[in-house]
Structures are given as C-alpha cells and as structure tokens.
Ligand binder design. Structure first.
Ligand code: ADP
Length: 218
C-alpha cells in the first residue's frame, strides 16, 4: 500500500445553525491535528461533542466554516456510519458486493472472492447472505455495514461506533478481526466510540473532543 493515507486537519472551525435563529453552535475552533499514515486513533467524548461531525469533515461530507482537511480521496476512504445505512432493496450479499463492482458476481477474480469470503466468515454473516436489511437485528446490520466497507479495502477507515450494537464474545471476536485487518492493510484508522476499553484495544492513541478541539487522554 502506498503511504499517502495520512490525514491532516488545518485550523478547522465548524459551526452548526441552531433552531429559532439562536447563535450558531461552535463545535470546533482552530483545530489542527495530524494522523500519520497507518496510525490508529480513537475519538471519544460525550454524545453531542462533535465526534461524528469530525468524521464527516474528514470524509468531505461536511465542509468546515474555516480551515481545511487533507485526506485520501473518496475512493480510498471507508466510512461506516453510526446508523448502518444499508440499501433496503438489496440482500446482504448485494449490499456487500455493491462496493466491489459487478465483476465479482461472475466470480471472475479469485482473490477478491477469497477476501469477500474471509470477511463474511470473520464477521459471522455467512448465514445472512440472502436476507434483506429489514429482517436483520441492529447488531447484524452493523456487521453488514462494516463488511461492506472492508471488502473495498480502503486505505483510510472512518468508523463511527462500529461495534455499538454488539455484545460480549462476538464483540471481542470482531474487534480481534478488525485489529488484524488494520495491521494487514496498514490503513489509517479513526475510530469513534464511547467505550474506552474498546478504544484502547484497537487504537494506540485516544483523543477526546474537548474545548472545541482534540485532547489526548492518558
Ligand atoms: P457526537 O458524534 O459526538 O455525538 P455530533 O457530531 O453528532 O456529536 O454533534 C455535535 C453537535 O453538533 C451536537 O450538538 C449536534 O446537535 C450538532 N449537530 C450535528 N449535526 C448537525 C446538523 N446537521 N445540524 C445542526 N446541528 C448539528
């Protein structure tokens, strides 16, 4: 993998409009930070502090009011949204394969096919391939959403509470796989979570959104 997959935030300011014409809410002010290529960083902080807003700006889905973001371009970014956002009219299999393009449906590329199988197995989705999103539990939908992103092997992974709906042993297994996967691909990881234990298991640094910026927590 090339090593151009770092992320740099330059003096970012972001505000949101408030209902009733109240003064705009400032979520970030003058935020600068560098996430080196292949680094694994957890972003923690209370609900409403700005974690999702930060990922949206990194992904280019929201523009900052001031400053700019340097990040890999869209086809190299994998973003798992907080809500699974699966295509409701597609099966689990089609949801996963959509990102890889139609050639996979013919089984023409054995390597891609093997990668697809590995992810399916590791995320324990094999028995769900023919199901539609409406029939999945929250945890299942979340795993499909993660799988759909991993099959594209992004060089930069933005994960917003990816294991939020999973419990106990399954969560541990998925965390182990994710860590292995990130090591293997050398992807740069930004991992939003409420769970400090989870943050420390998968990431080497933990940053908290605080005072309209990011503060390293020990
Ligand atoms: P977190 O991910 O830490 O829970 P968010 O980034 O979702 O926090 O939200 C940070 C703040 O910005 C919250 O006060 C939220 O209400 C506000 N906010 C987020 N998105 C929007 C939006 N599209 N319009 C207006 N306010 C928003």
């Amino acid at each position: 993998m090339d090593r151009t997959n770092g992320i740099t935030l330059h003096e970012l300011t972001k505000t949101w409009p408030q209902p009733g014409g109240a003064e705009r809410l400032t979520v970030f002010s003058g935020l600068s930070h560098t996430f080196p290529p292949g680094s694994r960083t957890a972003i923690v902080g209370p609900s409403g502090s700005g974690k999702t807003t930060l990922l949206q700006m990194v992904a280019g889905l929201e523009a900052p009011d001031g400053g700019f973001v340097e990040a890999p371009k869209a086809p190299e970014l994998g973003y798992v949204f907080q809500s699974p956002a699966l295509w409701p009219h597609k099966t689990v299999r089609s949801n996963m394969r959509y990102g890889l393009g139609e050639h996979l449906f013919s089984g023409a590329d054995p390597l891609e096919e093997a990668r697809y199988r590995d992810i399916l197995q590791a995320l324990e989705l094999e028995d769900l391939q023919g199901k539609y999103p409406a029939t999945l539990s929250g945890g299942q939908a979340k795993r499909v959403s993660l799988a759909r992103t991993l099959v594209t092997r992004p060089s930069c992974l933005l994960l917003d509470e990816p294991l939020g709906a999973l419990d106990g042993a399954l969560k541990d297994r998925v965390l182990d796989f994710l860590l292995e996967w990130v090591h293997w691909t050398e992807a740069t990881l930004l991992y939003v979570t409420h769970d400090h234990g989870e943050a420390r298991r998968i990431c080497t640094r933990v940053l908290e959104v605080r005072d309209q910026g990011l503060v390293e927590v020990g």
